[in-house]
Design a protein around this ligand. Structure first.
Ligand code: GLC
Length: 420
């Protein structure tokens, strides 16, 4: 085994809290939804029982409605804000009240494909399948009650890209004058210049206050002050539905597979109708409050390939942008268009490269037949890993940023090595 694989395994082991993996011991000392989906895949490459356990622990946080929260607070920890008390959720274990990109079905399908212990895989799939299905149904019922085929996110954290500059126009409407005093903890561990601004945080807190006071009701789809159709979440959910349909077929659940195919068709139509630019064929997120497109794309501009969607020009608009961005940064793919005046190469989701996003994009480029682009992205990502498994990376210098020895980054390396 190569040295880096050993290091990556050690990171997962060090961040193992007894059945679940924390993204980072200090900055994120709980179990996160989409992080754990990646971590399960990473574990699967060397400890299959532990990999399945990761997901069972995550689903302990699932609500009766089917929602899978973005954080499960299995135990107390002092180093993270906002902790369980801020969310006012009546559930054991304690959880947050919002969700995250629903990646879990797709990671489970990948896990099934690389499983050496097929019997164990089948047993676990049988337990997980109805829970994942309930999660997807929740997404469509609560976040697309009008059946447009496009789901809404009601907090930037739900998109997984907290301070993506895409959300700025939607966040301007958020009033912050009534928020209670609070103390950020992230900046104790990471340089402020690599994290969201204080204004961003005030808005995140204001939104939590709003959501808790409305008890995470279904009406939030119509009334929440922040409502965006994120291209990332929508494409991840579309792909996850396709992968879940494949899992359903494997289990002989044909009626459910048909239900999912119906949803998939609706999603395809909805995403193309609501999120695709009329002229360029490029896909954008949309502010559902103002119905305006959010035109500050980052790496997720290329995620439609991962969902099997190409633009009107068969993906050429996206490919042209990718090539243009690649001419401007040393390492692809930055989390914001490097041409944007807001581009900051070290600030979180406003410029840096995230290996987990690259992993999804590589899958998408390969699917769409853009294998050279997949190759370029893979080479860049593997080079970045030489600097350590960081939370994110400077797209110009390759320097690691945010948290060191980061779980999902290590997991993605193990997954990439297995698939190489
Ligand atoms: C940050 C990221 C989010 C991730 C979490 C834990 O909030 O924006 O995507 O899930 O950290 O790593």
């Amino acid at each position: 085994m190569d040295d880096l694989s050993q290091k990556a395994r050690n990171i997962l082991k060090a961040n193992d809290q007894g059945g679940y993996t924390v993204p980072h011991a200090k900055i994120y000392p709980f179990q996160w939804n989409w992080d754990s989906a990646f971590c399960a895949l990473g574990w699967m490459t060397f400890d299959e029982p532990r990999a399945w356990q990761e997901l069972h622990m995550l689903f302990k946080g699932q609500w009766p409605s089917g929602k899978l929260p973005h954080i499960v607070f299995h135990q107390d920890a002092e180093t993270y804000f906002p902790g369980p008390d801020w969310w006012h959720v009546d559930h054991m274990p304690k959880t947050s009240g919002i969700t995250q990109p629903p990646l879990v079905a797709s990671m489970v399908l990948k896990m099934i494909k690389i499983a050496k212990d097929e019997k164990l895989a089948e047993e676990n799939l049988k337990i997980l399948f109805p829970k994942i299905l309930a999660y997807h149904r929740w997404f469509h019922n609560f976040r697309d009650p009008e059946h447009t085929g496009v789901v809404a996110c009601i907090h930037p954290w739900e998109t997984g890209r907290d301070n993506a500059r895409e959300w700025d126009p939607a966040l301007e409407a958020i009033k912050t004058d009534h928020i209670p005093a609070y103390t950020r903890k992230d900046t104790h561990f990471v340089d402020q210049a690599e994290r969201p601004t204080d204004l961003d945080y005030d808005r995140y807190v204001a939104l939590i206050m709003y959501l808790t006071s409305h008890q995470y009701d279904r009406s939030l789809y119509f009334e929440a002050p922040f409502r965006v159709a994120d291209i990332g979440t929508n494409c991840i959910l579309l792909r996850a539905n396709k992968d879940l349909a494949e899992l359903a077929r494997r289990l002989g659940k044909t009626a459910i597979a048909r239900e999912l195919l119906h949803i998939i068709e609706r999603q395809k139509r909805g995403i193309q109708k609501l999120l695709q630019g009329t002229h360029s064929g490029f896909f954008y997120s949309k502010n559902l409050v103002t119905r305006r497109r959010l035109r500050k794309p980052g790496a997720m501009a290329f995620i439609p390939f991962y969902a099997g969607l190409k633009g009107k020009t068969e993906g050429q608009a996206q490919i042209n942008s990718f090539d243009q961005w690649a001419g401007q940064v040393r390492y692809m793919c930055p989390s914001l268009n490097p041409d944007s005046p807001d581009f900051e190469q070290t600030r979180y989701w406003s410029g840096p490269v995230w290996a987990v996003v690259n992993y999804l994009l590589i899958d998408g480029f390969n699917r769409a037949g853009f294998t050279d682009h997949a190759e370029k992205l893979k080479e860049d990502t593997l080079e970045l890993f030489q600097n350590g498994f960081w939370e994110y990376y400077d797209p110009q210098t390759g320097q690691g940023l945010g948290g060191a020895d980061f779980s999902w980054t290590a997991a993605v390396y193990l997954a990439m090595k297995t698939e190489l």
